[in-house]
Unconditional design. Sequence first.
Length: 495
Amino acid sequence: LALADVIVAGDVITMDSARPRAEAFALRGNTILAIGSLDEVVAACPPGTPVDRPAGAVILPGLIDAHCHLQVAGLKLLRRERELSRVLEVDEALAVLDEDPFGEAWPDGELTMDDRVDAIAAAQRLVHALGITGVIDPAASSAEVSAYQEARFRGVLTVRVVAMPYPDLDGGVDGAIATLRAPGIRTGFGDEVLRIGGVKVYFDGLGMAGTALRREPWPETGEYGTQRVSIEAFERLARACAEAGWSLGVHVVGGGGIDAVLEAFEAIAADVSLKELRFTLIHAYLEPSAENMALAAKLGVVLATQPSIQWVNGPGLVQRLGSDAAASNPLRDWLDAGVTVAAGSDAPAFPIDPRLGFVQATTRAVRDGDAPLGPEQAVTPQEALAMYTTGASWASGAMAYANRGALAVGMGADWTACSVDPLTATPEALRAATFSRTVVGGGTVHASDGGPPPYGAFAARAAAGLDPAEQAVAELATDVTTTVTDQTDSTEVIA
Ligand SMILES: [Zn+2]
């Protein structure tokens, strides 16, 4: 029998194609030991194993935001929380982030490490309340990486973070390559909670600034856009990354930029496979071609998309590009071409709320728009959920969270309980959905339903007077080494 801490029971969407729905799963520590019907799971566990029935319509794998500037968002929240001397409610926090999306995060003078750690805590409180258990920080400065590490050491960090360093290319690409190689690490370095992700490079500009690199000139300016690194330097850096086992995420928005980046990737892929490294196009929403998509699929290049950008920028793109704007962020075409798509927010510049991103991707609704923009590019709810779970997990890196994004035996116990079924709910219901519970590595990091019954290691801590959040922190601090060998016997039980 599987010695489980707890059986979690409910209507479970697993995102595991072998068993899309389940009634229960059993977990110990970080890991799922058994999943199936309630009867099967109960039979697989010793008599008396506690059963936890979280409030909510369905249980989902924890959502992963594949593009979240978590600390920048956190600083904005922290400023307001310090002004008010209290923690923000979810709707208040979302409103704070919406107030001035491109405003300076911290105009209040120098940041201390305590400020940064507090900002991480503020941001993760919000994302956990939105069902998120992991993020990719797509451009973590040295100071931000240090703060993540400090938060991890202090036991504060409960959201799984994949932090992407971005080298300074102004001093030349060789200096950047030397800097990356110096510590002798590569993508995947870290632990279950905090890892170093791929290298981040900015190739072109922005869609709404008219600086994304297009194939045709921008109608207003007659310019093609901005290229921020020469193709020669870019290819050298990308090749150095591939050869050293670094993943690479490239900020590239316009079709001309996407052409150039993929051409460089194709040249490198002749020598080094990029698929396992999860080389990624970040944004790539403006006029990607069918050839781009086919090539990305062939090379195993991931698309990191942000439906939130389309939500905000859609009307502005119509003004600039007319009817061509309807084809922007063509998620339907990317999926049909066979590309793995990871969804994220690009918060705090764009809305952090995954409910909004999910609805945008499935309806093509845009802010202030009377009608959907390019409705033929909508994806199904199942596909949208995959972008926020399995797709984002894949993009997180081969070494990082390969065991996240789905609920199955041997996978990590990261889950959330949602008040609606996202596969069947109306967009309106989904926008109003709440998450009663969010669990990372078996530890509750958000509970609006009174929290879990005490079980396993938690019971002892509850007896010691720790609250659920503190328990989760303690669990994450100590239980980061659960190995897959723990599940061998339970696999057999259920099989
Ligand atoms: Zn970004």
